[in-house]
Design a protein around this ligand. Sequence first.
Ligand SMILES: C[S@@+](CC[C@H](N)C(=O)[O-])C[C@H]1O[C@@H](n2cnc3c(N)ncnc32)[C@H](O)[C@@H]1O
Length: 270
Amino acid sequence: MTIVRELKADPAWQEPLDRDALYQLLSQVTGKSITMLKAFPETGLSPAQTAVFDTLSRRYREGEPLAYILGEQGFWSMMLKVTPDVLIPRPDTECLVEAVLELGKDRIWRVADLGTGSGAIALSLAQEHPQWSFIATDASAAALAVARANAETYQFSNIEFRLGSWFEPLDCRFHCIVSNPPYIADDDSHMSDLGQEPRSALVAADQGLADIDWLTAHAAQYLHPQGWLLIEHGWQQGEAVRELFRRSGFLDVTTGYDYGGNPRYTRGHL
Ligand SMILES: C[S@@+](CC[C@H](N)C(=O)[O-])C[C@H]1O[C@@H](n2cnc3c(N)ncnc32)[C@H](O)[C@@H]1O
């Protein structure tokens, strides 16, 4: 029988990130909480559990993101289902959610989340504002199925999911359009670290700016007067994105920061 204490002592699991992964994998395999596993290192794994653990740890060692192995990722105050069809939601995107919440404080808004992926942005906003209404879109039917499943898990009835490219599935105006679109350049060196996530969720033409260009150029037709557009982007794209917002007539264009203090999203209103 494999004992948690022995795995803990294994040199392969000593780095802090690996140690976290070890406990998450063990929790998945045993069904016990991480707190329990830490408090009771004598806990044993049955032969069947050991076999599952060996498979999962091999996938982890081969570089598969932990979120895909576990099938879930924490975002905002929810645990969201994720599959290789969706981008793994990043903590920095919570800063974009916070910015929408700040702008929409004390208002009743209709919001579009374009390129919703796992549904991370729309679901977080819906959790904070059950009285708001949402349309969440994606060009990927597989991604939209994951977002729908997440909305069902948390029983949101105020989010409508629609398939299609950017504004195509929209037929009304919104108080706010928010998007975390693909914005990585084709030749970006970081792409080698992101190889397991869908390329269509990450990469855009024109140095990563093609989708942001499209969104800023067409958003006005789908916004109410004074409506807000907020878009996440790369930390080196702030100036270029602000220029795209201004060129499309947006006012009070400013860039906000992520948890690491990097410029990561731009907002402006009509
Ligand atoms: C960076 S991911 C963001 C996912 C999610 N909103 C998040 O923040 O975790 C970009 C998303 O945009 C979607 N996407 C890419 N091109 C699109 C298009 N032309 N129209 C709509 N969605 C698109 C991708 O399928 C992907 O789900």
